[in-house]
Design a protein around this ligand. Sequence first.
Ligand SMILES: [Zn+2]
Ligand SMILES: [Zn+2]
Length: 337
Amino acid sequence: MDSMRAAVLDGYGQPLRLIRLPVPVPGPGELLIRLEASGVCHSDVHVWKGESVASPPPDPYILGHEGVGVVAGCGPGVTDWQVGDRAGAAWLHDTCGVCELCISQNENFCPNQRAHGFHVPGTFAEYVIAKAAFTVRLPAGGAAGLAPLMCAGLTAFGALERAQVQHGETCAVFGCGGLGLYAVQLAARRGARVVAVDSDPAKLLLAQRFGAQATVLAGLDLAQAWQDDHRAHATINFAPTTRTWPAMLAATRPLGRIVAAAMVSEPVPLVQEWLTWTGVTITGTSVGSRAQMRDLMALHAAAPLQAAVAEIRLEDASDALAALAEGRAQGRYCITF
Ligand SMILES: [Zn+2]
Ligand SMILES: [Zn+2]
């Protein structure tokens, strides 16, 4: 166990290079995790293309932040983990631990966070170093079903928490890709009536199977055609476009909540007067906290969340990134080792 296979980034937008690297050694408070699987997330695409880059970037430059595996080594001072424990390495590698956000258990908003595959080496490799305090214990179940929960599932869970979706409420989910389909299931489990929106009828069929009570095929007149009985207390956007906003406003009841989960870098159309009249709260969300991750693992242990996962090999990671970049992906890609 002295070398490992890893896919490293040599040039933005270029195929990742498969090389052998020394297996890293865990430092104080750190775990060495032998990965069973790593999801491929859309944020990896932004890093791969150089659109979203940390300064300095990880060294070695290994992407990936949806890692699940088994503890293979414990650094000095680690007392609550043992070799052989199943462990998950998610987006957060660590945070500052002392700011008001960290102290209030909102560490996923800490401005001094470091992320796997962004600031420190990630999970597109056979081993990853994680901080024990930021590593999640995994329930039983297949690695390919667990890996996408580390970011996609947690982001959906965090969005529902931000939206404070309650039993009996109507929750509109815009965008039924990987994250949206997790949100549909989580909202249905909370007892909400879920209205799922997408431009792809196949995704709406999945949404229906995963618990959506109503589905709406997104077209040009989505805002005008929004039915009154579909108006939502909570509207969550996972579609990475500004085009959903007129419909999201039409879909949301007065005093409702809109949560922006998708990464959209352009300004969105919004008339302030509409906010004045409706009293709607608009907020964002960023992955999730460690406490939310533990809650998500408990939910998955009780009844596994479903996802369309395509298992791939490490050497196929570049193809998966390209497919995600071009919008060709059906479901989530997951590298299995
Ligand atoms: Zn902090
Ligand atoms: Zn992610």
